[in-house]
Design a protein around this ligand. Structure first.
Ligand code: ACO
Length: 309
């Protein structure tokens, strides 16, 4: 079996919301600028005792409960993130402990910027195949509010906190992927464990609108499908204008693109999972639907995966 089936998804976001108007009280910005340039209205930030491990654990808990599997059968846990609570131990190890999963498993974190969830899917599939695993657990989780310089308006309005998870099993079904890395250190980076995100916004924008359509084309072709046969395009939620530009380039209606950037901002490695969970929870995804997930980010990294629901 070389495919992956998603049995269930879950998500968890911090209670505290931060509106564009809230940010306009901290830096020189406005609701109008943020909405017009990004499509974002609110994002969630951790407060009080909330942390990365909590978000990741709660999202995973929901996915496991919804999947109705025996958690003892989970054999691999991957957390995709660039903002875990600790430099070490990994978030995946803490999730294993919090959920009381069995001990003879692999649990590790993967950092690929906003492409994290796609890199995570590719990695967990390979590990599950190698280990002949019954079930795998993938989580995308970020607490980017701790990684932002709240005096830098070019980044502090963009990112949010949240987590999404999925329980996976190997299947004979559809799975194709396109993954890439370009060895760039400058476009987007957090250079030290306690450092802040720096981003060349325009450079990232140009990179995304040039790269993503090619990656989508390659992934759809590899799957032996046409764009029309893809039911849902679930793209990294970095900027509504980027999503609209890509929809135009692949000549597909916006209705096929899941958009929730207005509610969460850019949640990096959690964003594709959050969008997937939202569409699934709303009953928009039907059995047999073809889903294309695609992301891009720091590294420079990119990736797309096509699966059947
Ligand atoms: N409020 C008001 N003005 C602002 C703000 C703000 N929050 N931020 C920047 N500006 C100003 C700039 O200073 C500039 O002013 P100037 O013309 O006087 O110099 C002006 O707005 C235009 O700035 P640009 O950077 O050209 O604005 P742009 O239209 O490119 O929008 C944005 C910026 C939203 C960051 C956009 O470039 C973008 O979305 N880029 C892609 C980001 C992305 O995709 N990230 C994903 C990967 S992230 C990861 O992997 C962790």
């Amino acid at each position: 079996m070389t495919g992956i089936k998603i049995l269930a998804t879950g998500a968890y976001v911090p209670k505290k919301t931060v509106s564009n108007d809230d940010l306009a009280k901290i830096v020189e910005t406005s609701d109008e600028w943020i909405k017009q340039r990004t499509g974002m209205s609110i994002r969630h930030h951790v407060s009080g005792d909330e942390n990365h491990t909590l978000l990741a654990t709660m999202a995973a808990k929901e996915a496991i409960e919804k999947s109705k599997i025996n958690k003892e059968d989970i054999d691999v846990v991957i957390v995709c993130t660039v903002s875990a609570d600790n430099y070490s131990p990994s978030s995946a190890c803490l999730v294993q402990g919090n959920l009381g999963l069995k001990n003879d498993i692999i649990a590790l974190d993967i950092g690929a910027g906003c492409s994290g969830f796609i890199f995570g899917l590719e990695t967990i599939r390979a590990l599950m195949m190698a280990r002949k695993s019954k079930y795998g657990l993938i989580i995308g989780a970020e607490v980017l509010s701790k990684k932002m310089d709240m005096t830098d308006r070019s980044t502090c309005v963009l990112f949010g906190d949240g987590a999404a998870a999925a329980v996976l099993e190997l299947s004979d079904g559809l799975y194709t992927s396109v993954i890439g890395v370009d060895g760039d250190e400058e476009m987007i980076h957090i250079k030290t464990p306690n450092g802040y995100i720096h981003m060349d916004g325009q450079g990232t924008y140009k990179f995304a609108v040039a790269t993503v359509p090619k990656v989508i084309e390659e992934a759809v072709e590899k799957a032996g499908l046409t764009y029309d046969e893809i039911d849902h395009f679930i793209l990294h939620q970095a900027n509504l204008r980027i999503i609209e530009s890509i929809a135009k380039k692949v000549k597909q209606p916006m209705e096929k693109f899941v958009v929730n950037i207005d509610k969460y901002g850019n949640t990096s490695a959690a964003s594709v999972g959050l969008a997937l969970n939202e569409a699934a929870a709303a009953g928009k995804i039907k059995s047999g639907d073809k889903i294309l997930m695609c992301a891009f980010g720091a590294g420079r990294t990119w990736g797309a995966v096509v699966i059947e629901w």
